[in-house]
Write a protein that binds this ligand. Sequence first.
Ligand SMILES: Cc1cc2nc3c(=O)[nH]c(=O)nc-3n(C[C@H](O)[C@H](O)[C@H](O)COP(=O)(O)O)c2cc1C
Length: 362
Amino acid sequence: MTSLPLRPDTPWLAPLAGWSDLSFRLLCREMGAAVCCTEMVSAKGLVYGGRNTEELLACTAPEGDRLGDGSLVCDSPLVVQIFGAEAEFMEKAVRLLQQRGFSWFDVNMGCSVPKVTKTGAGAAMLRDVPNALRVAEAVIRAAGEGRVGFKIRLGWDGEHEVYADLARRLADMGAGWVTLHPRHAVQGFSGRPRFSAIRELASALPVPVVASGDLFTAQDGIRVLRETGASAVMYARGALKNPAIFARHRELVAQGALEGELPPEEPAAREDDGRNIGVQQAFEALDHVPADRAELALVIRRHAFLARHYSPHLALLKMRTFVPRYVKNLDGARALRQQIVSCTGWDELDAILERHFSDTSN
Ligand SMILES: Cc1cc2nc3c(=O)[nH]c(=O)nc-3n(C[C@H](O)[C@H](O)[C@H](O)COP(=O)(O)O)c2cc1C
């Protein structure tokens, strides 16, 4: 059976609801992401043909697409992340996805957003391990052994940690890999991830462990690989801040950063008081990450090109949400953000970018 690249030199793009769409994934791949995950897709939505499902599953032809500028872009290997608490729907969802040509899957057992957990899905599955295992069994039966990963947290809260036992059982059942974001569901994105739990899983499980959590720079990713023995890392907010994180990760590996001296520690992220913080505030933790103007100019231009090609109707709106995040730490970011969020056409966007990045063109 073919397998997914799950090595320290093959960084993954995490599933990111609202963000990891086709054009963003292609951008990350061009930057060096080895495997990308879709946004989470509802199993019920898939089975009942929900409105958003088609857009969430948009991808290139298996051999790739040739674009107007002559470039060949290819969205594989692609992992489709699904969520749902009912084994029957999850199994059906996998079978439908297989009919459409998808062959790698991930089950979301880590999302702590109430919209998802109130249905018993996402991180709420950590509160009912027997059901989580029923779902896992059904999904693996449909997909085949080794074809499904499970993305988990430590447990619902500090009194109910289930990761060690759950991960071992998932591996015994035929999971292809386990991704751990080592926080409790009730934490959302607050506090610090407990990387020792990743080390514990990496040494105990017979399947690869993927590390997730506060990997805001490539140095963070390298450090976690070295300290935990995880097979691979998954970038999430760090990739949204600057997709070139994948290129930097590969460069560091090529320079021997996995051996020898540890790369210097990045300035610490903002401290928080441990309360559950939501997704909006979760991005403030990246405010200390430096931005490279010339690199971001290239990233933004390429992202706009890909978005315009793949979703001409929505793309401008998407760029109005992505670009302010990219440019947050650059000089003149405030003015640029204001212009971009009120911009209404592609020509206007091109003109704004030209004005701001004229010193970096070519
Ligand atoms: C905006 C946003 C959307 C996310 N969407 C998903 C999702 O659809 N499925 C999932 O398993 N995790 C999701 N996550 C969690 C990330 O995949 C990742 O595990 C988490 O952000 C920790 O990594 P980071 O600290 O490096 O961002 C999301 C996180 C963010 C910030």
